[in-house]
Design a protein around this ligand. Sequence first.
Ligand SMILES: *Cc1c(COP(=O)(O)O)cnc(C)c1O
Length: 878
Amino acid sequence: MLSPDLARIRSFEVVPSLPEPLKPLLDIAYNLWWSWHPEAVELFIRLDRNLWHETHHNPVKLLGMVPQQTLDTFSRDEGYISSLARVQENLQRHMTRTPWLQSTEHRDAKDFTIAYFCAEFGLTECLQVYSGGLGCLAGDHLKSAAELGLPFVAVGLLYRNGYFQQYLNADGWQQEYYPELDLANLPLRPVSDSKGNQVKVTVDLPGRVVHIGLWLVKVGRIPLYLLDTNLPENEEDDRGITSQLYGGDMETRIKQEIVLGIGGVRALEAINIRPDVCHMNEGHSAFLALERVRRLIEEHDLSFDEARQAGAASNVFTTHTPVPAGIDRFPPDMVDRYFRSYVPGLRLDMEGLFALGRENVFNKHEFFSMAVLAIRTSSWANGVSKLHGKISRHMWQGIWPQVPESEIPIKHVTNGVHARSWLSSELMYLLDRYLGARWQNNPADQSVWKAVMEMPEEELWRLHERRRQKLVIWARRRLRKQFEARNINPDHIAAAADALDPMALTIGFARRFATYKRGNLFLRDPDRLMRLLSDADRPVQFIFAGKAHPADGGGKELIRQIVKFARESDAGHKIVFLENYDINVARYLVQGCDLWLNTPRRGMEASGTSGMKAAMNGVLNCSIMDGWWDEAAEPDLGWSIGRGEEYSNPAAADDLESRAFYDLLEQEIVPLFYNRDSQGIPRQWVTRMKKCIASLAPGFNTNRMVQEYAEKLYLPALRRGRDLTADKLKKSVELAHQKVRLRGAWGKLRVDMVQAKTEQAMGVRDALPVTATVYLGELQPDEVKVQAYTGPLDTAGRIVGGKPVTLKHDKSLGKGKHRFTGEINAINSGRYGFAIRIVPGDEIFDITPEPGLIHWEGVKSKPAAAEAVVAEAEQAAT
Ligand SMILES: *Cc1c(COP(=O)(O)O)cnc(C)c1O
């Protein structure tokens, strides 16, 4: 073998050569639009069904492998050519459809670009640059943004070895391996400049420069740029930076995040894209906020804070983590090594940078948190379900000292899933028949889905039974392959053919195996479980799938327990574990199971999306009240385990909640499923399926989600960003200076006197006049708002769910003293209270309160330590 050290190897590319009439297939193959259009997928399957499976559903590779003779035959097949023309036309229509914004009140928002950054993208099974929920959400986000025609670009990393592939050894212990992606045969291409060379950018790492190449994946009308450091000009180690997703150590992670955040901004710049809004989907990409500010400083000769206002105004940060342990954090000495030469460009010193990434800036040992960095550099933040929004406001309230939890500026946009990617094609055709084309074009419209209730029950049920049978047949094949690969004895391998019953109530559980998701909860009472499994008349079976993170021994142990139980009980054929969970496995499961099980510890699941995929297909959910289910659950859509209780003792919770699950199965789920009429149809079950689709599909899809992102976050960020950036960042500079002025005066603010007749009870619709005399020092009355923060009192005398009433400036009393007056209205009877506070006056602070700028009567204001350190750092750096 000739080794590269000995000889210069010249590489060249071989591309599929298609007969002229089939050439359009290439355009379709290189646009992932095909992945959510069954009629496009059908074109590839027709060429060669086996190759389709062999290539793991990769049309580019398939086109390169189909024998010439087959291609020639199809190029003369009129039926095929006319199908091809139809698909090509559909793709064309997608590319040119009138954008959704044009039909809204926001049609004046023009000529802008939103850049979406994420560490992983789950778009289709053959492009393995995703691990699970976060990636699938990002993929679905892009597909919906494409359908809506938003001006969107996306940035991610091209992991040459993807996420690990999973198999289990004979003991059920997870094993991992990382096959290399064959880039030349995937639906992506290098981004080339006018001379045909790949576009490259660089970032600095300690003592060296790292080169980054750009690749393009087309997702309908949206470009996704993937960054790759595996270039010959890089040192060996650096070539591996983008090798594995979530694979390396912390050092690898910080390098990846520098490439994604800083390299990502530079990559867009290199192809002349200067985004107006940047969306950090999770904190991995948060370094982008620094790079955007650095560019502004460089171009306009500003201080960090002068440029930061404009940068933050147009950054959106989405957090997906309800637990502190889930956040990326780096040790201070590591951050120091990687950013020492970068901070001068920010006109900060290292202390200033650390202040942006620490919750408690005085703790020199505190790790640098990417979530904190993202929060401190974005004016717009959100969690991913209603409950998660609340949990996030609680979790991050320390960043805004003395601000009531309900006013912490983290909103929520509940996740969704991309309807056409997850619905079975059978159900799509049924929906087309009964709902018309509207459900495809506007799945977020509630009224479109009402007609689901009119669909004949027989038809829906037969369709669903076919999906379950497909699932069982496919699962048996997969099991057989699993067993063969493990070299298990031939009897065992043969048994795969008898695994599962195509007619039995099938319960699916597929997700990452993390301990908090409690994949083994159903095993808690083995005797009770065995009774359910071995009921000959009303059988129940379980299908599991999911990977544990390579470093998560606890998660791997859960998998082992399930496999061991299945092996050692008589129920082996009724509990199966399918290896290597991915989008393809997910699709089979969420379309073919009857019941979708989810058992996280409450508060730990930010949203969860597989249950939405199931619901859309009429698969009923049975879940703990957590994440999305907490806001979706209604009695006749599925089942809830518990009512949202929180337990301090985990073992007690496991006992109670597993018991509640068995109770539901025995008393409600199994009887309902097996209650058949003379035609063999479980009418009440099917009615639930219909209600489930009709009421959950319109809300929990990504078209609704992306529209909400646009209206709540992207467009406001666009407007505010433009406002602050105009005229060489005039307003951004002013705002920075105003903050300095407010901070300087804030410590001297005082509420001297408050007058209100609170001794007498007032009637429900009466108004309570309030007068406050305050000392503002050198601040003018229009620079602040004096507010009565009012609401009902709890038993401890605290205001709950308070709302501010802004008082009017009534009179200047001289020497910095002012009188403000207003009225409080009580809406309901009960005990109420109010407290006088002072906050900054400009409305920009209404959306994003500024840390440290809130003064409550009788309380010493807590200055924002991080802001003070940043200000000092600016001084030190000039
Ligand atoms: C949908 C999906 C997930 C996320 O499911 P959760 O319910 O959020 O855990 C993970 N992995 C794959 C392959 C998926 O399709």
